[in-house]
Design a protein around this ligand. Structure first.
Ligand code: PGA
Length: 253
């Protein structure tokens, strides 16, 4: 069985680099003996250089976004090559908080292509704003995946993860976390979409992770009954004690 992957998304936190170093140091110290899981921490771009050396081997560095091009006149953007040169291995693309700022599926598709082309592992986030009885939200998720992965070569899929992050379950204003049943059903649905796009062999290999109000109490069941291949953790990844408890729970499975 592949290792479960636990990804911490720090979003635009903490407010200064010193605190980032403290949080990273605690996470690294608390996770050293956890051999059965993969751990990724995604700080803001500005902290990558300082968190990188703390992360060492066990905790792998991720970024929360990147641009699609190599270099050029793109004020304020950060390229896949740049983050790669900082030691980043994973990049979150298409997070709902970026989509809410105006990122289209077309732009996300370019970013996915750019990141994969330099060998980064891409965590493509998808998820509906709300649910409806007729199941229209499934078409929405399907279209986010097919547009996000448009023209992506099958051979690149080994570096892809899909994160199911229903918007209604994310952040402090979340209605509630998804249920285990939701996670299981949507993971199967996403796998089916990937199989239809890329074929059975490649499609089934893509890990599907869940994100949205993951905490110490609910993490186990998402990974067991929900069959998630991993978790994308927001708020609780900034609390080293709780994040380590989540890591330990995943490591015990
Ligand atoms: P949350 O965020 O765990 O704070 O709900 C998850 C995410 O947005 O990735």
């Amino acid at each position: 069985m592949a290792k479960k992957i636990i990804i911490g998304n720090w979003k635009m936190n903490p407010v200064d680099v010193k605190e980032a170093e403290v949080i990273a140091g605690k996470i690294v110290a608390g996770s050293d003996s956890l051999k059965k899981i993969s751990i990724v921490v995604c700080p803001p771009f500005q902290y990558l250089e300082r968190v990188g050396p703390i992360a060492k081997k066990k905790v792998v560095l991720g970024a929360q976004d990147c641009f699609f091009g190599g270099k050029g006149p793109y004020t304020g953007e950060v390229s896949p090559e740049m983050i790669k040169s900082m030691g980043v291995k994973y990049v979150i693309i298409g997070h709902s908080e970026r989509r809410a700022l105006g990122e289209s599926d077309e732009l996300i598709n370019k970013k996915v292509g750019g990141a994969l082309s330099v060998g980064l592992k891409v965590i493509l986030c998808v998820g509906e704003r709300s649910r409806d009885d007729s199941g229209e939200f499934l078409n929405f998720i399907k279209s986010q995946i097919s547009q996000g992965l448009d023209k992506i070569k099958k051979s690149r899929l080994k570096n892809l993860l899909v994160a199911y992050e229903p918007i209604w379950a994310i952040g402090k204003d979340a209605l509630h976390p998804a249920t285990v049943q939701d996670v299981l059903e949507i993971s199967i649905f996403i796998k089916k979409v990937l199989v239809d796009l890329f074929g059975r062999e490649e499609g089934l290999k893509v890990p599907i992770v869940y994100g949205g109000s993951v905490d110490v109490n609910n993490c186990r069941e998402f990974l067991t009954d929900g069959q998630a291949d991993g978790l994308l953790v927001g708020r609780e990844s900034l609390n080293p004690e709780n994040f380590i408890k989540i890591l330990k729970t995943a490591n015990e499975l």
